[in-house]
Design a protein around this ligand. Structure first.
Ligand SMILES: N[C@@H](CCC(=O)N[C@@H](CS)C(=O)NCC(=O)O)C(=O)O
Length: 205
């Protein structure tokens, strides 16, 4: 197998990178630069047809949605303990949380980032930024209730945590403080102690 991940620090390529570190599988990491701001989106369309991070290849098979990539890797390369199947009691919760991490939060997070620092200043809209930030805080307060009394969203560590914790990370590194309730704060502190997380967030060295 030849797994190749195109990566830029702090972007959604962190999800598959973190998973591959959790699984201890071999992969090639291609560093596409220091920051997403410098990515040549036009040239990168050769790897990801919409010119965004990440891009992942298993031989000739390319995938470029970060949550799809982690499902692909886990199901194919020894991460069965991190997924749930239709016969499992937690299957519904698994799908709900897994997709909430990107579909339920990713769009709002991108608007927060875009309208606070990614876009040129003259294109930023404060009202859009405030609205999107409110939606992120709404999502995070839902998660704060859901994680109460649990170490991980499904009890044990799973792909759900890779999907959701990445959004919490984006919230933390953005220039907006985000309102983390006590449960989600404890949860995120727990995530940050995982060896694979520490390694993945430090790459490329
Ligand atoms: N839903 C996609 C979102 C991809 C995405 O928005 N990637 C960001 C980096 S985290 C990006 O490339 N942004 C640059 C841009 O949109 O111009 C995924 O989860 O892979």
């Amino acid at each position: 197998m030849t797994l190749t991940l195109h990566h830029i620090k702090n972007t959604r390529s962190l999800r598959p990178l973190w998973l591959m570190e959790e699984l201890g599988i071999e992969y090639t990491l291609v560093n596409e630069g220091e920051t997403i701001l410098n990515l040549d989106k036009q040239a990168f369309r050769q790897k990801n047809p919409v010119g965004k991070m990440p891009a992942f290849f298993d031989g000739d098979q390319g995938i470029f949605e970060s949550v799809a990539i982690i499902e692909y890797i886990a199901n194919k390369y020894g991460g069965e303990h991190l997924v749930r199947k239709p016969g499992d009691d937690e299957y519904g919760a698994y799908l709900q949380y897994l997709h909430f991490g990107e579909a339920g939060m990713g769009g709002y997070m991108s608007l927060v980032l875009g309208h606070t620092f990614l876009l040129p200043e003259k294109h930023r809209n404060e009202k859009v930024a405030a609205w999107a930030l409110g939606e992120m805080n709404n999502a995070i307060s839902y998660l704060d209730e859901e994680i109460k009394g649990k170490d991980y969203f499904l009890g044990s560590f799973s792909l759900v945590d890779i999907s959701i914790a990445y959004m919490l990370f984006l919230m933390k590194i953005s220039r907006n403080s985000g309102e983390f309730g006590p449960n989600i704060k404890t949860y995120f502190d727990r995530i940050k102690k995982r060896e694979a997380w520490i390694k993945a967030t430090s790459l490329p060295l």
